[in-house]
Design a binder for this molecule. Structure first.
Ligand code: ATP
Ligand code: MG
Length: 650
């Protein structure tokens, strides 16, 4: 970004008060902000007491060697005990922990007592394979219960896991195995994807032919689809043969609060993924607290569903560790939202009576594209709260979500955070905050975030700049695995003493925070810094548009020119006047400076496997360049289709 701050183009007047009933019984009230403001560290020490410690910590934060933090360093605990055993001991063994829904329609309800047995057996099995505390285990599985068992089993024996999204290639898997120096890989024959079994095991076999993977001793294979699998005698072992014969009782051992819990690679939206290291006590404290606070979880009555994949941080923090630490009942769904029909998700909400739903803007916009009539065909009356994460949610997508999924009655919480932050950082509180569509609004109690300009000075309300986190937080990354220097350079050198998130942001007139996309994506048009997010949101606010991706392409007159790629909404048709109408619409919403020079209707946008738009590839297209790294792209044919469209439109 240049010296000039990010323009603040969009205004949003709509406000939604918390539902009276929810506010009256909310887990968190405004008093939490006061408590945290009065004494931030005491507030977090208090939250740490939601966990069961074998040895209670007496220390909270140690920031004597910044930016290397320790939290609760003299405490000792076992994460799996906290997520499983203690609920059984408290008499909740019969409560369903996981309602598993397979893509083909098979299902399984797993109680906390069963979860305890499964995790215990898996822990014994890993020990039999020679895994010791500190050894890394790679997990490459579909969305099946064994993914949760495996993660918790690793945590139980103190072996940091590195979960690799099941949609990644052998190459991507190999890089992560090598970087984490894993000793064991846990995988399956395959998983169900779009109505057919998709193989996983062959990718592991291929990955393990790459140099640097020699340390992998064993491959533990879950049978999910029953498809044929190549077998390496002596290395490969079936889960059902090894795990099922283990004792169902296992004594969890306590580990130091700063013992590594997992390494997870970022989505790679902006470049080469980073191996983010999270540890035990601070991480679990923050994910448990934020899950309780932001989703208002009532473990006895709520049915929670986070649609993310366990391969992403959202799956780690808000499918596995946060909800299970809180004793939640949750849904785990294996497949795609449109198998066998576009209403599959809503059918699942209806079937299990889901009350709390957490998903991503990409999914919401896809549903907008499929049409309003799809969710209308199901009873979604059980829902009482909706969450969003992963990208800025366009105000119009927020409104659609609230109206068509939430029946215009339930609160929507837009949660900003990153793999690096481990847990939610900025979000409305459903019983407190008057929500604004499109804004993540306020840092959670105990979290300090602001927006700064190029020189690191806090911007005034009504201005834009960079999002910065000004105080350490319990679930912060501890480093980039094996690369402290990259940790320092990436996050702590831009604004000394403060964490640089890499996201553009603005504060509105009320001081609420709006996320405006990646700093790398900000456009410079005739001397103005313009956010891609705001132009995209203006396009999505046109009734014909479901989704938009905007980039700045080099332009001789204006430095950069705005190029927009748009997907039409269900029912809308491409017509000759549409492009002009859209340009006029953006000019009206944001001002003439933000009017796209070119608008191209497309059928799909390039996305990472976690569903985020990869603008850098669209910029390559718009500037007629060779495409950059496409390995984290979901479907590379999307780029061919977009490129084919290009010459005809101007
Ligand atoms: P890489 O760092 O490798 O480029 P990534 O940043 O996509 O990958 P993640 O950690 O999965 O990997 O994503 C975090 C990013 O997602 C945030 O920095 C932000 O840009 C975006 N994000 C997440 N939630 C929100 C939200 N509620 N509003 C706006 N942006 C969000
Ligand atoms: Mg990132």
């Amino acid at each position: 970004m240049s010296k000039e701050s990010l323009a603040n183009l969009m205004t949003e007047e709509r406000r939604f008060a918390p539902p009276t009933e929810l506010a009256a019984h909310a887990n968190i009230t405004a008093a939490a902000y006061e408590a945290a403001d009065a004494d931030r560290l005491a507030f977090w020490a208090e939250q740490a007491r939601r966990l069961s410690w074998e040895q209670e910590p007496t220390q909270t934060l140690d920031w004597s060697n910044p930016p290397f933090a320790t939290w609760f360093a003299d405490g000792r605990l076992n994460v799996a005990y906290n997520c499983v055993d203690r609920h059984v001991e408290a008499g909740h063994g019969d409560r369903v922990a996981i309602h598993f829904e397979g893509e083909p329609g098979d299902s399984r309800a797993i109680t906390y007592a069963e979860l305890q047995r499964e995790v215990s057996r898996a822990a014994h099995a890993l020990t039999e394979l020679g895994v010791e505390a500190g050894d890394r285990v790679a997990i490459y599985l579909p969305m099946i219960p064994e993914a949760v068992f495996a993660m918790l089993a690793c945590a139980r024996i103190g072996a940091p896991h590195s979960v690799v999204f099941g949609g990644f290639s052998a190459e991507a898997l190999a890089t992560r195995i090598v970087d984490a120096d894993a000793r064991v890989v846990i995988t399956s024959d395959g998983g169900w994807r779009r109505g057919a079994p998709a193989a996983l095991k062959p990718a592991v076999d291929e990955a393990l032919t790459r140099p640097g993977t020699e340390a992998v001793r064993s491959v533990l294979v879950v049978r999910r689809t029953g498809q044929e699998v190549p077998w390496h005698e002596g290395r490969d072992v079936w889960w059902h043969e090894l795990v099922d014969r283990q004792p169902e009782q296992h004594t969890p051992q306590a580990f130091d609060a700063e013992h590594p819990l997992f390494i997870l690679y970022t989505s790679g939206t902006t470049g080469k993924p980073k191996g983010i290291l999270h540890t035990t006590g601070g991480y679990l404290t923050q994910v448990a607290y934020t899950h309780h606070a932001v989703f208002d979880l009532k473990p006895e009555s709520d049915v929670y569903w986070c649609t993310a994949d366990v391969g992403w941080v959202t799956g780690h923090s808000y499918i596995v560790y946060g909800p299970l630490a809180n004793g939640a009942t949750e849904v785990l769904y294996e497949g795609t939202p449109n198998t066998p029909h576009n209403g599959r998700w809503w059918e699942i909400v209806q079937k299990y009576g889901v009350t709390l739903l957490y998903t991503a803007p990409t999914a919401i916009r896809t549903c907008m594209k499929w049409g309003d009539d799809v969710p209308a065909g199901f009873d979604l009356g059980s829902l009482r709260l909706l969450g969003s994460v992963g990208e800025p949610i366009n105000p119009e997508a927020w409104i659609w979500y609230r109206k068509h999924i939430g029946g215009d009655r339930v609160p929507v919480v837009d949660t900003w955070w990153q793999t690096e932050t481990g847990g939610i950082m900025i979000s409305p509180l459903p019983g407190v905050t008057h929500a604004k569509p499109g804004s993540a609004q306020v840092p959670l109690p105990g979290i300090s975030a602001t927006v700064v300009d190029d020189d690191g000075n806090e911007v005034a309300n009504g201005s834009g700049g960079y999002l910065a986190l000004t105080e350490p937080w319990p679930s912060m990354l501890r480093t980039i695995w094996g690369d402290d220097q990259r940790y320092l350079d990436t996050y702590w050198s831009r604004f000394p003493g403060r964490y640089f998130a890499g996201d553009g942001a603005k504060k509105d007139a009320d001081g609420d925070i709006w996320l405006l996309g990646r700093v790398d994506d900000v456009m410079l048009v005739s001397g103005h810094n313009i956010s891609t997010t705001e132009v995209e949101s203006a396009l999505v606010s046109h009734p014909a548009i479901a989704e938009a991706a905007v980039v700045g392409a080099t332009d001789p007159q204006t430095t950069q020119a705005i190029v927009a790629f748009v997907i039409l909404r269900g029912g809308a048709a491409e017509n000759p006047g549409l492009v002009d109408a859209l340009r006029a619409h953006v000019a009206k919403e944001l001002g003439p400076i933000a009017k796209p020079k070119r608008i191209l209707p497309v059928d799909e946008l390039p996305k990472t496997r976690s569903g985020k738009i990869m603008r850098r590839l669209l910029r390559d297209v718009a500037e007629n360049r060779e495409l950059g790294d496409v390995t984290t792209l979901t479907d590379s044919t999307v780029m061919d289709l977009i490129q084919a469209k290009l010459p005809t439109a101007a």
